[in-house]
Design a binder for this molecule. Structure first.
Ligand code: FAD
Length: 452
């Protein structure tokens, strides 16, 4: 991608779906480029997943289509897995603030992240752009329009009649940590125990004295298994990678075992693993991640979710055939989310305003196909298409170069690396013991330009 920064020429009417971290920063960047922005948010406040809710869904596996959806997937004890210096937006640092409600720790609890997003909203006067308690129920192309305008239908809380408006562009920021993926287990229908997905995990008490099989090896799986190991009778972690250091370093806990994948479950309560071992369990906890979901989107089958690949998307943002009138913020995972959303949003806002150009539709499509081919040749499973961990820094640099803003700070990259090393070496203490003081200093020197 070659940057071509030109003067701004377009001002579009843009619908942003969602007022979580990605929708908020998208709204700010779009308004900075003089677009007219409306943010639709079905909750009554900003923050998305960071709005902790003790309520869980009526179906603990979140499969029943008639359930009421609870958006958040946070558990009560959650602290960030990134240090605040690296986690915050680039030009609105996530620095510790004094105040009764504030959490000044370097890896704060979830409430502090919500406070930070509220501060961000207030600083940039974003509330005036947001329609709260308004759910987008349909986004579809205006048929007679060659230019690709969009019909957006939305519905207010307790209001049956839908509102219909036409927008020049739609920026999808609805999050992707709400619709669970659940492991398929032969025999599960006759297995008598209880199952739940980590989306519905809040506190460990439910697991007191229980034998638990926890499937997964993500950061949430690590946190949750450590937490329930304090109250459960036994915790058996089932992971694709039994040599995963994040998990093997767990073994300072009693009653915690590591197994291969679950092979089957049986009527007598046993759960059998692929290595031949088995356990009689009370609960299976699926920490198996989430799937992308755009229930409101009618793109005439141009954009699809297939095995957790949203595609085709040029650079994980624009569907070539519909670009730039619809874009997706926040699709990549294994990233530093907030700065990534900021860069993607700047790119979208600059492209809509005409400051930066996209390649032709054919060239974008060729780029996507080349990416898929290489990804598959490297043995990447389709469901990992948006896992950008191996090239995240190049990806950030590419977006920054497109927008003509400085490349992401070197201290941020190094801090991320130092955090990952600590997480693996000392999962219990990585949030409270560190040695990267020099990087913290560099971060604060950098922040001085943004903090009055
Ligand atoms: P969300 O926060 O999910 O926001 C989406 C918004 O869209 C919601 O407010 C929702 O109500 C709204 N919405 C959805 N559909 C509609 C609709 N049809 N109409 C109107 N509104 C709609 N990130 C970090 O940086 N650090 C961490 O430590 C960290 N820990 C995490 C721990 C857990 C357990 C999870 C699940 C995630 C964690 N994350 C962390 C990632 C986190 O998801 C992102 O940081 C980020 O907050 C996601 O923001 P988002 O705006 O993309 O999505």
């Amino acid at each position: 991608m070659q940057p071509q920064i030109a003067p701004s020429k377009n001002s579009y009417k843009v619908a942003v779906i969602g007022a979580g971290a990605s929708g908020l920063v998208a709204a700010r960047e779009l308004r900075r480029e003089d677009h007219q922005v409306v943010v639709f948010e079905r909750n009554n406040r900003i923050g998305g997943v960071w709005v902790y809710d003790r309520t869980i869904e009526s179906d603990p596996l979140s499969i029943d289509p008639s359930r009421t959806i609870v958006h958040t997937s946070l558990y009560d004890s959650l602290r960030t897995n990134l240090p605040r210096e690296a986690m915050g937006f680039r030009d609105y640092p996530f620095v510790a603030k004094d105040g009764k409600q504030r959490d000044t720790r370097r890896f704060p609890g979830h409430k502090e992240v919500l406070h930070y997003l509220e501060d961000f909203t207030s600083e940039f006067k974003l509330s005036e752009l947001i329609r709260f308690e308004t759910e987008v129920v349909h986004v579809g192309l205006v048929e007679e329009e060659a230019e690709g305008k969009w019909i957006v239908r939305s519905r207010g809380k307790n209001i049956i009649v839908e509102d219909e408006e036409v927008y020049d562009a739609v920026v999808v920021c609805n999050g992707h940590n709400t619709k669970p993926c659940v492991a398929e287990i032969p025999g599960i229908d006759v297995w008598p125990g209880k199952q739940l997905h980590s989306h519905n995990y809040r506190v460990p008490e439910l697991f007191s004295n229980k034998v638990v099989v926890l499937i997964g090896s993500s950061m949430s799986a690590v946190d949750i298994s450590r937490e329930i190991a304090r109250v459960a009778k036994e915790v058996h972690i089932s992971s694709r990678s039994v040599t995963n250091k994040l998990l093997t370093n767990h073994f300072d806990f009693n009653y915690l075992w590591l197994h291969s994948m679950v092979k089957s479950a049986h009527e007598d309560g046993s759960v059998v693993f692929e290595d031949g071992s088995s356990v009689t369990a009370d609960v299976i906890l699926h920490c198996t991640g989430y799937t992308y979901d755009f229930p409101f989107l009618d793109s005439c089958s141009i954009v699809n979710v297939d095995d957790n690949r949203v595609g085709p998307l040029y650079k994980h943002v624009f569907p070539p055939q519909l670009a730039p009138s619809i874009s997706f913020i926040g699709i990549p995972w294994k990233v530093v989310p907030f700065p990534l959303y900021e860069l993607q949003s700047k790119w979208v806002a600059h492209i809509l305003s005409g400051k930066v150009s996209l390649p032709s539709q054919e060239n974008m499509m060729s780029d996507v196909q080349a990416f898929y081919s290489k990804f598959e040749a490297d043995g990447g499973p389709k469901r990992y298409t948006h896992n950008v961990v191996d090239y995240q820094f190049e990806y950030y640099d590419c977006l920054a170069a497109q927008c003509g803003v400085p490349l992401p700070e070197e201290w941020r990259n190094q801090m991320l690396f130092a955090t990952m090393m600590r997480l693996v070496a000392q999962p219990e203490t990585y949030r409270d013991e560190w040695e990267d003081e020099n990087l913290i200093l560099q971060a604060h020197e950098d922040f001085a330009q943004y903090i009055p």
